[in-house]
Design a protein around this ligand. Structure first.
Ligand SMILES: Cc1cc2nc3c(=O)[nH]c(=O)nc-3n(C[C@H](O)[C@H](O)[C@H](O)COP(=O)(O)OP(=O)(O)OC[C@H]3O[C@@H](n4cnc5c(N)ncnc54)[C@H](O)[C@@H]3O)c2cc1C
Length: 383
């Protein structure tokens, strides 16, 4: 066991950022691919705005590429950035981790943002830890929200005021807050789908700073030859207005008898098809991780990882989410926080899904789903 003194010493081994007070503004890294803006990067601007407004700072959109067009820069400003920092170099035309890390390290050391938000996608998950390591600062990944708070550090016996609270599910059942009190910038990644982009305001104006990094320590070792798009069978979840999510509860009825889970899939699909046909909106099937991991033979082609909803799956924002046979573990719930209404079908009245449900149906899903279909049919056929 370490004594408290030893622990404090261990903490002190990583020296705090020396000129910590000189760091200003909340930046967000905006991704572009072959000249096109990755649209969910706009959510990072919304998150940065929320933080910046609480600490009286500005929002900077950080973009990298061989050339960042004025059009893209303008779009970012109209969506809430106060200014754009365009890092331009021929080696940044394609995403190459070492070139990007080097370029971002240069600009961050030069301009010193107080916080820096990445999107928690393939690029952000690769780039953020590389940069945090180089800058000797912290990194909290996969956040779903941010706030600004005071934080008392028990071991250092020190109070830090107005620092970034990085909010994400922990690995068990709770929401955790992570702070980076002694280092700057405070680097975090944000799960796509957690924030709504700000409404475009075409009257907004802002500056564009163009910076050419020296990349003096970078040796080009990679040449991108081609791109291939990987099919995502769950892509339709992202724009769907109605989603039926199926969980492990579909394997048995309320009496505990084994069921053919395809019956539940068929019922869910009937509801989705009806609403798609009658209301002309996108609908999609989703699933809990437990159901996917159960690897049920009959479901292998249907309930795939692509349609997992939650912390390690997709974040969705339908108007209505019907959770059938899903307990509502925190890792699942964080994927549906932006759903308009949640309808929970679960036989257990104490299941956590009921805590966030707008409508709770405490009944066997094998009875409730057909009833729901019939009720919807009656309502929609008469339109
Ligand atoms: C790091 C980490 C990341 C994770 N990421 C995700 C993630 O992205 N997405 C995710 O979903 N999970 C994730 N999980 C797993 C998560 O913790 C839960 O284990 C999982 O969500 C449970 O799935 P479930 O609700 O389908 O199953 P269960 O928890 O087993 O719940 C089944 C529910 O069905 C009900 N039920 C049973 N029979 C019926 C019936 N006939 N009719 C109606 N209700 C019935 C039961 O009352 C029960 O509440 C993650 C876990 C960790 C540790």
């Amino acid at each position: 066991m370490q004594s408290q003194n030893q622990q404090t010493q261990t903490l002190n081994m990583l020296p705090p950022t020396p000129d910590i007070e000189s760091y200003r503004d909340v930046w967000t890294f905006v991704e572009i691919f072959r000249g096109e803006l990755i649209s969910y990067s706009l959510e990072g601007i919304a998150a940065a705005r929320k933080i910046a407004s609480k600490v009286g700072m500005k929002v900077g959109a950080l973009v990298a590429g061989d050339k960042v067009s004025d059009d893209i820069a303008k779009t970012l400003i109209e969506h809430g950035a106060d200014y754009v920092v365009a890092v331009e170099h021929q080696y940044l035309a394609d995403y190459e981790p070492l070139a990007y890390t080097e370029a971002l390290e240069e600009i961050v050391r030069l301009r010193k943002p107080w916080a820096l938000i990445f999107m928690a996608d393939e690029m952000g998950r690769d780039l953020a830890p590389r940069l945090a390591y180089r800058l000797v600062t912290g990194l909290a990944t996969d956040n779903i929200d941010f706030d600004v708070e005071d934080f008392f550090h028990g071991l250092l016996k020190e109070k830090f005021t107005n620092i970034l609270a990085q909010i994400r599910p922990d690995f068990a059942t709770r929401i955790a807050k992570i702070y980076t009190p002694r280092h700057r910038p405070q680097i975090a990644s944000l799960r796509p789908g957690s924030f709504k982009p700000l409404q475009r305001d075409r009257s907004r104006v802002g500056d564009i700073y163009r910076y050419t990094p020296s990349l003096k320590n970078y040796q080009k070792k990679v040449r991108v030859v081609d791109y291939e798009k990987i099919e995502d069978r769950g892509a339709e979840l992202l724009g769907a207005k109605l989603i039926v999510g199926l969980g492990l509860g579909i394997l048995r009825d309320a009496e505990g008898n084994a069921k053919n889970p395809l019956e539940a899939v068929d019922m869910a699909r009937k509801i989705l098809d009806l609403v798609r046909r009658k209301l002309g909106v996108e609908t999609a099937l989703g699933a809990s991780r437990a159901l996917i991991h159960a690897d049920v033979k009959e479901l292998r082609e249907i309930i795939t990882h692509d349609i997992q909803i939650g912390q390690t799956g997709k974040t969705v924002s339908p108007k209505v989410y019907i959770a059938a046979g899903i307990s509502g573990a925190i890792q699942h719930r964080v994927g549906i926080l932006r759903a308009g209404s949640v309808v929970a079908i679960n036989i257990d009245p104490r299941a956590p899904i009921h805590e966030i449900a707008h409508y709770s149906i405490i009944e066997d899903l094998y009875r409730a789903l057909p009833k729901l279909y019939e009720a919807l049919q009656k309502k929609l056929e008469s339109r």
